[in-house]
Design a protein around this ligand. Structure first.
Ligand code: BG6
Length: 491
């Protein structure tokens, strides 16, 4: 929980890139949810900073739209909005930051407040913005009078190991590593947080959680939407940098790591780094890439969708993958030889994120003649759309003869828990306020993650490897199925 001393201190939050999609959809509603739950300090203010020209009232109306979805009480919402201010400015214009500094000092009214700078902007702006903040004396690098400054940065952190290192060292000129909070919002999703609990707070899984009993691990991330107007960004990054190198690798690290010494940020991150460092860089032979072409999305109503190359901001000859599947190996005593198959794709038939742990066949089974078609046990951990954990077991079908079938022992969050599931951003922002870095990426974790993907990313671009085109609304390219079957499985 949040300590009293944090709640008693003044807090100034500055959201840079305040008129962007992320700020409007996620960041402001998450701060509002914290406010409703009385998890923001008594004296706080949020300043939105971006290039759009608008006054405080227009800005408040703009963010309000996204909070109305939560059916707030009108007086509470007004109370929150009164604490939101807007400052227009160019991202690299020192004068604009100085103006913002004046506004902050005026709102602080003679007190020195704790400060959070949330950089909700593309990575190429991280350094110019940090430098401008430092130049305008808006950062306390050391705690002065018990007051701290923290900076939150969104992924992707660079395009490869080299550019990520440059970003890290550039940020370190302005902030100490302890001040930097690198967000990966998947870490705050309820089911992902539960991975450590599932593994280490239960006795029954751990003895089986290794190469002796597990045949493969599959992690699937699928979206039934395209790039949703983010052509400029996406074409520069592609699905491997957008989702795999961060969200999916983090999930893999939590599945594969050893138990941390204690439940503390650095001990948890030490274990994640260790397991990531045991993964050799992937090669082209372990990877397949795809790109969605035109197709029909058959959800509620059939809808014809554009291909990726027809999207706004995407060059007609783009080779940027919107789909990738890869087989990774963790070279350590626990996992050597076990394929970790990961796939991520946009423009597919459905939205889902799930982890499947496929156990090996029962050795010397006495049931192979009775039920030769049965598949081995599998643990399904579904992150979204429906949070659930299900263990597939073999069971006798009730009746007079011996017929075996597969059944599920399942835990659906919706029916098991009545509590509201908070949005990932609520927890992350609360953790920034209370200074808990367990769910944020440390710089060495980032390095290890880039080391796995950087060489193959560079090779894809250098050799201009053409992605296999798959229709929008399908299951992805056939080559991903071939990859899975190479390791004796299907997605
Ligand atoms: C973001 C990616 O990190 O995660 C997006 O940049 C993706 O491309 C999004 O759509 C998915 O997040 P969520 O929480 O909706 O699964």
């Amino acid at each position: 929980m949040i300590t009293r001393s944090v709640l008693l201190k003044d807090l100034t939050i500055v959201v840079i890139g305040a008129s962007g999609d992320l700020s409007l959809r996620k960041i402001f509603p998450a701060f509002y949810a914290l406010f409703q739950q009385k998890l923001l300090p008594e004296r706080f203010r949020i300043i939105g900073f971006s290039r759009t020209d608008m006054d405080n009232d227009t800005f408040r109306d703009k963010i309000k739209v996204f909070m109305l979805k939560e059916q707030p009480s009108v007086s509470e919402l007004d109370e929150f909005l009164k604490r939101c201010y807007y400052c227009r400015g160019k991202y690299d214009e020192f004068q604009d930051y100085e103006r913002m500094g004046e506004l902050i000092r005026k709102l602080e009214g003679g007190n020195l407040s704790n400060k959070i700078y949330y950089l909700a902007i593309p990575p190429f702006l991280f350094l110019p913005v940090s430098n401008a903040l430092a130049h305008s004396n808006l950062i306390h690098t050391q705690e002065e009078k018990g007051v701290w400054t923290r900076v939150v940065v969104e992924k992707p952190f660079g395009r490869d190991r080299e550019s990520s290192d440059e970003l890290t060292s550039g940020l370190q000129k302005v902030f100490r590593e302890e001040q930097v909070y690198r967000i990966d919002h998947y870490l705050a999703k309820e089911v992902i947080q539960n991975l450590m609990i599932l593994r280490f707070a239960n006795l029954i899984l751990e003895p089986l959680w290794n190469r002796q009993y597990i045949q493969n691990v599959r992690i699937s991330w699928m979206e039934d939407i395209g790039i949703e107007g983010r052509g400029g960004y996406f074409d520069e990054y592609g699905i491997i940098r957008d989702v795999m190198q961060n969200h999916l690798l983090q999930i893999l690290a939590l599945v594969g790591m050893e138990q941390p010494i204690k439940l503390e940020a650095d001990y948890i991150r030490d274990e994640k780094v260790k397991v990531l460092r045991c993964i050799p860089p992937i090669t082209l032979s372990q990877l397949v890439v795809g790109q969605y072409g035109p197709g029909i999305l058959q959800c509620r109503k059939c809808e014809m969708k554009h291909g990726y190359r027809e999207e706004e901001g995407v060059p007609k000859d783009s080779i940027t993958p919107t789909y990738a599947a890869v087989a990774l190996f963790i070279k350590n005593r626990r996992w050597d030889g076990v394929p970790f198959l990961i796939r991520a794709g946009k423009g597919l038939s459905k939205r889902t994120t799930e982890i499947k742990i496929q156990f090996r066949e029962v050795p010397g089974s006495i049931f192979t003649e009775t039920a030769p078609q049965l598949t081995p046990n599998e643990l399904l951990i579904q992150v979204q759309p429906n949070a659930m954990i299900a263990l597939k077991i073999v069971n006798k079908i009730p009746g007079l003869s011996l017929v075996l079938g597969e059944s599920n022992l399942d835990l659906s969050y919706e029916s098991a828990f009545e509590t509201r599931v908070p949005d990932a951003y609520e927890l992350l922002l609360l953790d920034v306020i209370r200074g808990d870095k367990s769910l944020f990426i440390r710089s060495d974790e980032l390095e290890a993650a880039w080391d796995i993907f950087s060489p193959v990313l560079l090779e894809l671009e250098k050799k201009r490897i053409q992605p296999v085109v798959y229709p929008f609304g399908s299951e992805g390219p056939y080559t991903a199925d071939l990859l899975a079957s190479k390791y004796g499985t299907a997605w």
